[in-house]
Design a binder for this molecule. Structure first.
Ligand code: UD1
Length: 447
């Protein structure tokens, strides 16, 4: 499809200012949480990305009135008329998003049953939902699998429980939160994920009337309440998008002020950015990132659950590491297939070798299972343009960074995937001086 292609003319630094809005990994979940309230909710700082559009549609299918507020990026959600949605409609609407699985708890509380279609999401690993289903069963849900998806019922309501996750999964932690807040009794979740977006979701739920405490040892305790009200919340900024722009500044020898970026959520990233040789300055309203000149440093890096180095930061940083002097090592411990995108970087002139061994000390589930989840990047490499086909959201943005850092014009297909998580990215790129264009426009200008 013509619209899904972008021509990227590389070789010039990105300079200027971009603004990040609310986090992609919080906003859709806060929207789902609105279903739990008995009064309308107001969410601010909402980005226009496809994951938000999908959840908006799913809420509307379930009778939630969703409209935009007066302020840009404000969403008003009225869940007072929640109703059962048609299975085929849910299926058609959910697209490739993984968010529908989080509708389970709220729908079971509101309607006693839920239907979850077959899930999509970025193909960066198997991405099973076994933790989700197992915790729902712990709460007393009964799950029936059919070809079109899962039918879930809670004939006796959801009851608080004690659960421990095999891995601190973000989605499964959110599943527990959204089910437990209105379950009968107390829930104790061990080995929970504590990403900033989860803490922000907890803030949303607390505003609604929930009782949730988070301890330093990854244990979350929730005392169920019988009723929740609406909330008014400003979503935390997108630290993953902010880091993507930071890496773009580094890889293109640029200078980008990311308005909205917040130090607290990015401390681990900032430490690594500094070790690589990037410069930043933290201001009240955002963070400025730039390449200070001179060579960049090779580093050893392992992705991990928060407060470790976020896996979504890995792909954009790898592009910047192709410009560092020496051998960098990256051990990806969250997703088993999040390094496949590097073969395209090699086509552009990078030297990246993948290994199935764990090249790092962080305990990981993939070393024994023969997944190529470690990388050695040898730099600096002179990148040249090529044809790129985007495999997943973060790799997609990383390809744009690589194409912008490269000499020549790259043809990037699959850019729709980037819209899942980067609001208005073409306009932002243009504002930073990037030369990007749709091939259609090229054809028109030639004619
Ligand atoms: C979320 C984020 C994603 C981020 C990831 C890890 C959203 C919309 N997406 O994804 O950007 O990269 O957290 O920070 O918030 N797993 C299982 N069984 C399950 C669930 C997960 O084995 O039932 C495994 C996964 O395969 C993966 C690991 O646990 O290896 C982490 O996944 P998880 O934290 O659940 O990721 P998501 O919530 O899908």
């Amino acid at each position: 499809m013509q619209d899904d292609v972008l021509l990227v003319h590389g070789g010039s630094p990105l300079e200027g200012e971009v603004r990040v809005k609310g986090a992609k990994n919080l906003v859709p979940k806060a929207m789902v949480a609105a279903l739990l309230g008995e009064a309308p909710s107001r969410l601010r700082n909402v980005p226009e990305i496809s994951d938000v559009r999908i959840v908006k549609g799913l809420l509307q299918l379930h009778g939630v009135a969703v409209r935009e507020g007066e302020e840009p990026g404000e969403l008003l959600m009225d869940p007072t008329q929640v109703e059962q949605a048609n299975v085929a409609d849910i299926d058609a609407h959910a697209g490739s998003s993984r968010i529908p699985i989080l509708f389970c708890g709220p729908l079971l509380h509101r309607l006693g049953r839920a239907f979850i279609p077959d899930l999509g999401g970025c193909m960066i690993g198997d991405r099973p939902i076994d933790f989700h289903l197992s915790v729902l069963r712990e709460f007393g849900a009964v799950i029936t699998k059919r070809p079109e998806g899962l039918y879930i019922e809670a004939p006796n309501g959801l009851k608080g429980t004690k659960v421990s996750l095999p891995f601190p999964s973000v989605g499964a932690t959110e599943q527990v939160l959204l089910a437990a807040v209105r379950a009968e009794g107390t829930t104790e979740l061990s080995n929970a994920a504590v990403e900033p977006e989860i803490i922000d979701l907890i803030c949303v739920l607390q505003k609604m009337g929930a009782i949730i405490s988070v301890t330093t040892d990854r244990v979350i305790r929730i005392t169920g309440v019988s009723k929740l009200v609406g909330y008014d919340h400003r979503a935390l900024p997108d630290r993953l998008e902010a880091a993507s722009w930071a890496c773009a500044a580094l890889a293109t020898h640029g200078d980008i002020y990311v308005r909205g970026a917040r130090q607290l959520d990015m401390m681990t990233f900032l430490n690594v950015f500094r070790q690589v040789g990037g410069a930043f300055s933290i201001e009240d309203e955002g963070i400025r990132f730039w390449h200070p000149g001179g060579p960049l440093n090779a580093i050893a890096l392992e992705t991990d659950v928060h407060p470790g180095f976020q896996t979504d930061w890995q792909q954009p940083l790898v592009v910047a590491l192709t410009q560092a002097t020496g051998l960098s090592i990256v051990h990806e411990t969250v997703y088993e297939r999040r390094l496949g995108f590097t073969s395209a970087l090699n086509q552009m002139g990078a030297t990246i070798q993948l290994y199935s061994e764990c090249l790092g000390g962080t305990p990981c589930r993939f070393g024994q299972r023969n997944f190529q989840h470690s990388a050695v990047i040898s730099g600096p490499a002179k990148l040249h343009a090529t044809d790129l086909d985007i495999p997943d959201l973060r790799a997609g943005f990383s390809y744009l960074i690589a194409a912008l850092a490269a000499e020549g014009t790259s043809r990037v297909t699959g850019i729709d995937l980037i819209e899942r998580g980067y609001e208005d990215f073409q306009a932002k790129l243009e504002a930073l001086g990037a030369r990007v264009e749709l091939p259609m426009r090229v054809a028109e200008s030639v004619a």
